[in-house]
Ligand binder design. Structure first.
Ligand SMILES: [Zn+2]
Length: 343
């Protein structure tokens, strides 16, 4: 797509935005294709007369549940907690009652995958959190510090407690130092926690706290199964690892929040592809900055969704050969402010 030719030292952000606009079109196209595909699946799998029998089948089978069967909310008459829900090439497990799980991925060339599954008092529903990004192709691109775009995932669910998170050190590829990865990740979270923005604005979030608790041997549970990318089961640990991600995905975050309105947990995987690097090389081409991708993924982890403005860290396509997303844009910052206040 030519994104690899974008270098921050040579090409200004205006040019970057122009090139990103091309990527945004690709995102729009892929989303449209995905939506068309899911629409087809929905019509084929769950016409109205078959819906009731599908519900009763859910209780007697352990087979994965197509997300389309849950699109309008479904009370199956039995607990679906822990059951696998599949949408296209993504799967999550039905969370316990009162909890919602969402999964979001950022792609290098426009691929975007997402799935949201909620259990509200036994009624399990599914959807996509990619709606914010779907408008990308049609929207204009205001200059960096004029954008006010942000998306609060499902209306907003900030952390009300300190975010404790760990790095699965054994997952770090041999080509990277674990300590270097940890320091990049800490810096990525700090962009949000300490409001490191592009626009010279000063302040600090009032209610966002995090603690890096070091290394863990516990896997995230993120991985591939039968060609689909899955989140781990619901748990209260927050873990970052590095591993295989399919397609052109560079980062993938699974996160859980409760009906009480607060974020509960997250897991993030960064791609083990050699396209993701700790330091951009001279003459950079088709390389992506690990810290920038991590900053985007942590944006999901604190409660933000994708926006269409390409100059924001929460844009749904990762720009190549730039460290610009390490700092947050004005729109990102307004989202941060909406969730945590800024003093
Ligand atoms: Zn994302």
């Amino acid at each position: 797509m030519g994104a690899g030719r974008i270098g921050t030292s040579v090409v200004g952000r205006g040019m970057r935005r122009l090139l990103l606009a091309v990527l945004v079109c690709a995102l729009g196209a892929s989303l449209a294709a995905a939506l068309t595909a899911s629409g087809r699946a929905g019509r084929g799998a769950a016409t109205e007369p078959r819906h009731a029998s599908a519900a009763s089948d859910l209780c007697t089978s352990s087979a994965p549940i197509p997300a389309s069967a849950l699109a309008g909310g479904l009370d199956a008459g039995c607990s679906l907690t822990g059951r696998t829900v599949v949408s296209g090439k993504v799967e999550v497990q039905v969370p316990p009652p009162g909890v919602t799980v969402a999964a979001d991925g950022i792609g290098s060339h426009g691929e975007s995958r997402s799935l949201v599954v909620s259990d509200r008092g036994g009624v399990v529903s599914s959807g996509s959190s990619a709606a914010g990004a779907a408008a990308a192709a049609a929207s204009s691109q205001p200059t960096d510090c004029r954008s006010s775009q942000y998306v609060l995932e499902n209306g907003g669910h900030p952390w009300s407690t300190t975010v404790h998170w760990k790095l699965r050190n054994a997952s770090v590829p041999a080509r990277m130092k674990v300590t270097a990865v940890a320091s990049r990740l800490k810096a990525a979270f700090a962009a949000w926690r300490f409001d490191h923005n592009d626009c010279g604005l000063t302040g600090q979030p009032k209610r966002l706290r995090d603690t890096y608790d070091g290394w863990t041997s516990t896997p995230t549970g993120i991985g591939m199964r039968s060609g689909t990318l899955k989140c781990g089961s619901f748990n209260h640990t927050n873990t970052v690892d590095i591993g295989h991600l399919p397609g052109d995905l560079l980062g993938w975050t699974c996160y859980w929040w409760g009906t009480h309105g607060s974020m509960i947990a997250f897991d993030t995987r960064l791609s083990s592809s050699t396209a993701l690097v700790l330091a951009l090389p001279r003459g950079c081409r088709n390389k992506w900055d690990l810290q920038s991708v991590a900053t985007h993924e942590f944006g999901h982890a604190i409660g933000l969704g994708h926006v269409s403005n390409a100059s924001q860290t929460m844009h749904g396509v990762a720009p190549a050969c730039t460290t610009a997303p390490r700092t947050i844009g004005r729109g990102d910052r307004l989202g941060l402010k909406a969730l945590y206040g800024i003093s």
